[in-house]
Design a protein around this ligand. Structure first.
Ligand SMILES: NC(=O)c1ccc[n+]([C@@H]2O[C@H](COP(=O)([O-])OP(=O)(O)OC[C@H]3O[C@@H](n4cnc5c(N)ncnc54)[C@H](O)[C@@H]3O)[C@@H](O)[C@H]2O)c1
Length: 278
């Protein structure tokens, strides 16, 4: 029978949670070797910084060398290239001997609609958004010999019928991949979870029309868009041993956008003007 210690690397902090020992001097991701993809900016950079701030040894990767401050190590990695993943795995194995965490964050937008998208377009968005996480899991999970944690960054588009068809297919695929990987890798103590950000202010959303931003505010019960610093703590939690029994989970970080399934406009339409509820 598995013991907690045998199903994942437990940090001093987690030990401290279950004992009376103070943990103030121990980071939540202390002693963990964690790879973050798409970390040159946006959510990936915030996630890399937050993990490093909690003590992780972070390898931040992107198409072009991320410029993140030490002790974060920066490496070039195109997530669509299998050989590049193999090289990264070999480099980490030689240097650290293992991997504890992988954040499959790299992604591209693809705003073409149903009648416009070509197969070439679909292949391009799938290559980055879905093949990338699959290749990452294949390359790095063998280095998680003591267990590990994988976080796949999907999107609210992976929960809804979103108009950007190629992007939506890719993000539903990430959701499926996460479920399968949590099943396959669970016996090795590797947890796999998916997160579903709503509209987060990053270079990706900055390239969308202003009307899209306002429409997102309108469908979000919290009445605003999100910031990268509001996603990164969730990633830190899922990578940390605080989440030691959480696997196969799907967690929205979207201000409530996906929870109402479109019913917010109905609620807004019939809200009494005299209601004390805003
Ligand atoms: N911003 C949002 O509102 C939002 C919402 C839901 C989901 N997401 C998802 O969150 C993740 C992060 O997005 P972001 O908003 O920070 O966008 P971003 O554009 O700021 O960051 C994405 C990063 O991925 C990198 N990238 C692209 N192709 C790559 C490849 N082939 N190999 C390696 N890196 C590559 C880019 O260079 C970029 O640095 C993406 O998967 C995105 O789909 C974003």
């Amino acid at each position: 029978m598995s013991t907690i210690a045998s199903i994942g690397r437990l940090s001093d902090r987690t030990d401290a949670i279950w004992s009376d020992r103070p943990a103030a001097d121990v980071g939540r991701t202390d002693e963990k070797i964690v790879v973050v993809t798409g970390a040159a900016g946006g959510q990936g950079a915030a996630e890399a910084r937050a993990l490093a701030a909690e003590g992780a040894t972070v390898i931040a990767t992107d198409l072009h060398l991320p410029e993140l401050e030490p002790p974060i190590t920066c490496r070039e990695l195109d997530v669509t290239v299998q050989e590049a993943w193999s090289e990264l795995g070999a480099w980490i194995e030689a240097r650290h001997g293992r991997v504890d965490g992988l954040v499959n964050n790299a992604g591209i937008p693809m705003r073409l609609r149903l009648a416009e998208i070509t197969l070439a377009d679909l292949e391009r968005v799938m290559a980055v958004n879905l093949n990338g996480p699959l290749l990452g899991i294949q390359a790095l999970s063998p280095l998680m010999e003591q267990g590990g944690s994988i976080v796949n960054v999907s999107s609210v588009a992976g929960l809804l019928g979103f108009h950007a068809v190629g992007y939506t297919i890719s993000k539903w695929g990430v959701r499926a991949l996460s479920r399968v990987a949590s099943l396959e890798l669970g016996p090795r103590g590797i947890r796999v979870n998916a997160i579903f950000p709503g509209y987060i202010e990053t270079p990706m959303t900055a390239s969308a029309p202003e009307a899209f931003r306002q429409a997102n505010v309108d469908v979000t019960p919290l009445g605003r868009v999100g910031q990268t610093e509001e996603v990164a703590p969730l990633v830190v939690f899922l990578i940390s041993d605080e989440a030691s029994f959480i696997s196969g989970a799907e967690i929205a970080v979207d201000g409530g956008q996906s929870a109402h399934g479109g019913a917010k406009s109905l609620s807004d339409a019939v809200r009494s003007p005299s209601s004390s509820t805003p």
